[in-house]
Design a protein around this ligand. Structure first.
Ligand SMILES: Nc1ncnc2c1ncn2[C@@H]1O[C@H](COP(=O)(O)OP(=O)(O)OP(=O)(O)O)[C@@H](O)[C@H]1O
Ligand SMILES: [Mg+2]
Length: 214
């Protein structure tokens, strides 16, 4: 990326960062009107950044394309990215890929984002170690179903409907923005798949990702 474009992106990102920080630090001190104005400012800056990205995409003609993707490769690449965190937190990983898996229709980078976010959530749910099990199998020859199960803190029933909402988080300020699962949801929807969650509080959580095969 040329430095000009980096700068064009950096500016709005800085503004977003500063405004968000001020908002987090002054939740009680600002009036509703001031808070609204700050949120509008953030929105404007996001629009500005996405405008830059849109121009960049037009310019390089790298439009969003769905390609045949080998899911096992995406999962292994995503696991590599969290290898350190897994070791530090004493988390054992078990993978179980069915033989002769078909390709899915998707975008490597986006799908990596999906699994990365799921793995990070699992890691954060197991501060005292545990096990993350990943399995992939075919579902009616139409979808590949990937289960990511952890032996972490679990999700209370009343939260199960809300976790995919943007900004829903149970993590302390500075630890989570609550965007991970909403991004995952958006990506999966865009490629024609869906995601389900099941959990037993204090025991385990399992996310099931269904992706359409090529
Ligand atoms: N594997 C999991 N085990 C237990 N709770 C989970 C798990 N995955 C998600 N959650 C719950 O869902 C909430 C929303 O998750 P999400 O990934 O959207 O945001 P976050 O992890 O809090 O923040 P961010 O992903 O933006 O850093 C989490 O705060 C947590 O309460
Ligand atoms: Mg998260």
């Amino acid at each position: 990326m040329t430095s000009g474009i980096a700068h064009e992106l950096n500016n709005p990102l800085n503004n977003i960062s500063l405004t968000t920080e001020a908002l987090i630090g002054g939740m009680e001190d600002y009036s509703e009107e001031q808070k609204l104005r700050m949120l509008q400012e953030i929105f404007t800056q996001v629009e500005r950044a996405s405008g830059t990205v849109r121009n960049l995409l037009d310019f390089t003609r790298t439009e969003y394309r769905l390609e045949p993707i080998h899911i096992q490769g995406v999962i292994q690449a995503s696991l590599k990215l969290v290898n350190n965190e897994l070791q530090i937190n004493n988390i054992e990983v078990e993978t179980d890929f069915a033989p002769d898996l078909a390709n899915v229709r998707g975008n490597f980078h986006d799908l990596q984002q999906v699994f990365l976010n799921l793995f990070l959530n699992s890691i954060q749910a197991m501060p005292n170690g545990g096990k993350m099990s990943i399995s992939v199998r075919s579902e009616n020859d139409k979808y590949l179903k990937t289960d990511v199960k952890d032996t972490g803190c679990g999700i209370p029933k009343e939260n199960l409907d809300r976790i995919f909402e943007p900004f829903f988080t149970t993590k302390e300020v500075g630890k989570g923005t609550g965007l991970g699962l909403s991004v995952i949801y958006g990506v999966i929807e865009k490629i024609g798949g869906h995601i389900k969650v099941d959990s037993e509080l204090g025991q385990w959580t399992r996310f099931s990702v269904y992706l359409p095969v090529e």
